[in-house]
Design a binder for this molecule. Structure first.
Ligand SMILES: Cc1cc2nc3c(=O)[nH]c(=O)nc-3n(C[C@H](O)[C@H](O)[C@H](O)COP(=O)(O)OP(=O)(O)OC[C@H]3O[C@@H](n4cnc5c(N)ncnc54)[C@H](O)[C@@H]3O)c2cc1C
Length: 675
């Protein structure tokens, strides 16, 4: 408002020329559109499952801070840039992946409960759905989400970590960390003592260590590891070690109490006094032993006159607090009406996202992967109404893939960019697939719609208006058998999902369905393929009703709903498959892309003007979610920029006038005064 006021005053005091009256709105429009599109682009891409402020113990890693957070220059390691003396656990996730969303509370819980181990174990996350993190996810060869990697101490920058393959549960991950530390023998103090006498034990320890806390525990217990990891980094006088009852000789050397149990026991040994005393027995958890060790260490420090630095505060949080309950549909949450047909921007955004993040994370592509990608790109060019210049770019890519036996995504992206379609820079905008909150819908929704578009258009393509099949030339057209090994549309879809779809859980569930189908039959018509994919998708919808991944404003339904297609339902509310197929022909007809597009005539498609793409982008900017709120932030900012622009112009004129009274070219500019 203040800026507006200043502008009005400028007008009224006649400081503006008539030309300014045209220039200013023009500048305003340009600035508004640039700022709105930037704000939307980032808002729609920004999704987070982890939060630096509330998720204690988790470092949010990005392309910008990854190296500086994980790596240091270690003089004792030839001055190389490598991880410090800690193990890093890094989860590369994807915020739209349902399994990643489910796993987040467990990951947070483990990160939280291992905060006391921070001297030895650090936990981080990278969101690979954020496109600026793609180079990082690519560098670490992350193709499926979530991918969890351990980086041992002294890992050199860029070296791949070891993948965690255990169960994605709290105990699975917790035990996975302990097992990994065991394998690495890190920290060395945690490795089981093998000495069979107390003298031998003292000889294995540094000479300046005179007091030892020794844990005696059953063979399958991990409590001693937790106690050592939680205390070792914070001890000032004591040191600590562990043995199991399998070290019978040392247990006997401690005395009868050590032999009879119960365990785990905590013993205090004094090198000079040659004493060993049992001082505590765990009552179940590790807290009492940790507390006992810290109490002894404090007491010894006082005795030795050591001024102890204050111990790090331990942010224990109840694991229960971390567990996120499924999002319940708020009574006030408005259910968003669905579009009556698929939106071309969702389809193109899915393709842009697919190539810039999913395909791009592969270092090289050859063999079966190349065959799968070759077919899929061919399907995109033949069957999807891509706006110009995407159609030309993908046709070129299709040609390239047909000729090579090996390729690199980097090269493919460059080729697309050279053909005018830079998927790394193009905005990803969701319209029909826009979520009501960050982290909802987006890519998986766009991908489903792309897959349905492919099956529907293959059916449409192979069928004339009377519904009879058009004979196909196997080499150039899509087969009338959707399961054909060479030119079947379902085989093509299965290939992409198998080799490239990065949501691992979704991929495996989908491939289970695909393998089940292939076990039953080798042949399926394109009409049946449309219905098969519809049923599989509805099966996923059924499974996800009420799930934490469900967008409350877009509840999972058996598609199409009664409202979307009343004629698709029979009297008992079951589906009339013939009507469903007809509805799909309407719903999956991409109407807002060039009207000139004709799937049977590839040449015709190339005629589509770039202007049409620009129109689509502009129209959608105003309809995408989030625009109404950003506009109120953006507009005042734009006015301020206009004021700055006008001020600068005015100042420059005055400067020039004061020099020679004329414009730089030697003539006075005529001025028309505002009323
Ligand atoms: C191949 C694949 C497998 C997946 N598997 C899983 C999984 O196992 N577990 C998991 O948690 N998530 C899975 N997902 C993600 C999940 O299915 C949704 O995509 C995600 O939850 C986003 O849901 P959405 O509300 O945007 O609607 P989506 O289910 O993504 O649907 C997108 C749009 O497609 C249309 N549509 C809906 N149902 C149908 C149908 N039956 N036929 C045709 N069109 C339809 C509607 O217009 C809808 O808005 C998978 C995604 C894909 C692409």
């Amino acid at each position: 408002m203040l800026c507006l006021y200043i502008i009005m005053v400028s007008f009224i005091t006649s400081k503006m020329s008539l030309a300014d009256l045209f220039i200013v709105p023009l500048v305003a429009v340009i600035l508004v559109s640039i700022t709105v599109s930037t704000a939307q682009g980032s808002a729609l891409e920004f999704q987070e499952l982890y939060n630096q402020t509330t998720d204690f113990g988790i470092s949010i890693l990005t392309t910008e801070n990854f190296n500086e957070t994980l790596f240091v220059i270690l003089p004792d390691n030839d001055n190389t840039l490598c991880t410090d003396n800690v193990v890093w656990l890094v989860q590369f996730y994807n915020s739209w992946c349902g399994h990643c969303q489910h796993f987040a509370p467990s990951y947070k819980s483990v990160a939280n409960s291992t905060i006391p181990w921070r001297e030895f174990v650090k936990v981080g996350v990278v969101d690979c759905s954020v496109r600026k993190n793609s180079p990082l996810c690519n560098q670490y060869d992350v193709q499926m989400y979530p991918t969890i990697m351990f980086f041992p101490p002294k890992t050199k920058v860029g070296a791949l970590g070891k993948k965690f393959t255990g169960p994605h549960t709290v105990p699975g991950l917790y035990n996975g960390i302990l097992d990994y530390l065991d394998q690495e023998g890190f920290p060395p103090e945690m490795v089981l003592v093998t000495s069979s006498t107390i003298d031998e034990l003292w000889n294995s320890l540094p000479e300046d260590k005179e007091n030892l806390a020794l844990i005696v525990e059953p063979i399958d217990s991990s409590l001693g590891k937790d106690v050592l990891l939680s205390t070792l980094g914070d001890l000032h006088v004591l040191t600590a070690r562990r043995i199991t009852v399998l070290n019978r000789a040392l247990v006997e050397a401690l005395g009868d109490v050590a032999i009879t149990g119960p365990y785990p026991q905590l013993w205090l040994l004094d090198r000079k006094a040659k004493t060993s005393n049992k001082i505590a027995v765990s009552s179940g958890g590790s807290e009492d032993l940790i507390a006992a060790i810290f109490a002894i260490d404090d007491e010894l420090a006082v005795q030795k006159g050591i001024v102890k630095p204050v111990r790090h505060p331990v942010h224990y949080m109840e694991a229960d607090h971390q567990v996120e309950t499924p999002v319940k549909k708020a009574d006030s949450m408005e259910i968003k009406p669905e579009f009556d047909h698929v939106q071309s921007l969702d389809i193109t955004s899915a393709i842009i996202y697919m190539f810039s993040t999913e395909v791009a994370t592969h270092k090289t592509i050859d063999g079966e992967q190349l065959v799968a990608l070759r077919r899929f790109v061919k399907a995109l060019t033949d069957l999807v109404p891509l706006p110009s210049p995407a159609n030309v770019a993908f046709q070129k890519l299709s040609g390239h893939l047909a000729e090579v036996t090996f390729t690199e995504p980097k090269r493919m992206l460059k080729a697309l960019s050279a053909a005018g379609y830079d998927v790394e820079k193009l905005p990803v905008k969701w319209v029909g697939c826009a979520g009501s909150q960050p982290g909802r819908r987006g890519y998986p929704c766009g991908l489903w719609q792309l897959l349905h578009t492919l099956t529907v258009n293959t059916y449409r393509n192979n069928t004339n208006t009377e519904g009879t099949l058009i004979p196909t030339d196997k080499e150039t057209e899509w087969s009338s058998n959707a399961l054909d090994e060479e030119a079947g549309i379902l085989t093509t879809i299965f290939g992409y999902i198998r080799h490239f779809f990065s949501c691992d859980d979704c991929r495996l569930n989908f491939l289970r369905e695909a393998d089940g189908l292939k076990a039953q039959t080798k042949s399926m018509s394109n009409e049946e393929a449309v219905l098969w994919l519809w049923k599989v998708h509805n099966g996923v919808n059924r499974r996800l009703v009420g799930d934490i991944t469900e967008d409350p404003a877009h509840p999972k339904i058996q598609f199409p709903s009664q409202t979307q297609c009343p004629q698709c339902r029979l009297a008992d509310n079951s589906f009339d498959e013939h009507e469903v197929k007809n509805y799909f022909l309407r719903f999956y007809e991409v109407k807002d892309v060039p009207t000139t597009w004709n799937v049977r005539d590839p040449k015709h498609r190339q005629l589509v003007a770039a202007q049409e793409v620009a129109n689509i982008l502009t129209n959608t900017s105003s309809s995408s979610s989030g625009s109404s709120s950003t506009i109120w932030i953006v507009l005042p900012g734009t006015f301020c920029l206009m004021v700055a622009f006008l001020g600068f112009r005015q100042w420059r004129r005055q400067q020039q006038k004061s020099h020679n009274g004329v414009w730089g070219l030697g003539y006075s500019r005529p001025r028309v005064k505002w009323m």
